[in-house]
Design a protein. Structure first.
Length: 208
């Protein structure tokens, strides 16, 4: 009989090397005034639009939400799996670590649902860096000194370290920026012509 610890080990080993997509939709959208993941773009919600983009690179795509969003998202985006925040933090790190708890052996290709200008040219560069530079835990772009954390690749080794630091109180700032700045991160410097793809639409004024 296979005991519980052996089953968990087998589950972990089966997940290693998998690259799953995560669309981050769990924010409050307070500045926008409505749920950003459900705003329409070319006949698709922003959440579905970003998920479709990630499907070209990931074995499966997960929609990260908060508990209050579940029924509405399940009705509108039935083809995807949803993981609700189980880590009680503010910001995208809560969603990322919550999905990590469900799939502890997987790497994640992450995209925020409001980055609707994102293009495959950027994702191709990211995937290429991930494949060629195996020794890092995180792969994200950087515009001068500004880190772009919401389009990146996050490996399980780094997320386990962050989760442990969070639980032990060693993480001084419970943010994704802090994790990247103090982690084993490969920063990819953005070319000037690529900055346009990283715009985040946070308010009605941005849309106008």
């Amino acid at each position: 009989m296979v005991n519980t610890s052996m089953r968990l080990k087998i589950k972990y080993l089966n997940q290693i090397s998998r690259l799953f997509g995560i669309v981050l939709c769990g924010g409050s959208s307070s500045r926008m005034g409505s749920d950003k993941g459900l705003i329409q773009k070319n006949g698709k919600t922003w959440g579905e639009y970003c998920a479709t983009l990630l499907e070209n690179y990931a074995k499966k795509v997960i929609i990260s939400i908060n508990e209050k969003q579940y029924f509405k998202y399940h009705f509108l985006l039935q083809k995807y799996e949803f993981v609700a925040d189980s880590i009680k933090l503010r910001g995208p790190l809560a969603g990322l670590l919550s999905v990590h708890l469900v799939y502890p052996g997987s790497s994640f290709l992450v995209l925020a649902c409001d980055m609707i200008d994102m293009d495959s040219v950027i994702l191709n560069k990211l995937i290429d860096a991930y494949k060629k530079n195996k020794g890092y835990d995180f792969y994200v772009f950087r515009n001068l000194n500004h880190i772009e954390p919401l389009c990146g690749i996050y490996k399980p080794e780094g997320l386990r370290k962050a989760l442990n630091s969070l639980f032990t109180g060693e993480m001084k700032d419970n943010s994704i920026q802090y994790m990247l700045s103090n982690g084993n991160t490969l920063f990819l410097d953005l070319d000037e012509e690529d900055i346009k793809y990283f715009h985040s639409y946070n308010s009605q004024l941005d849309l106008a």
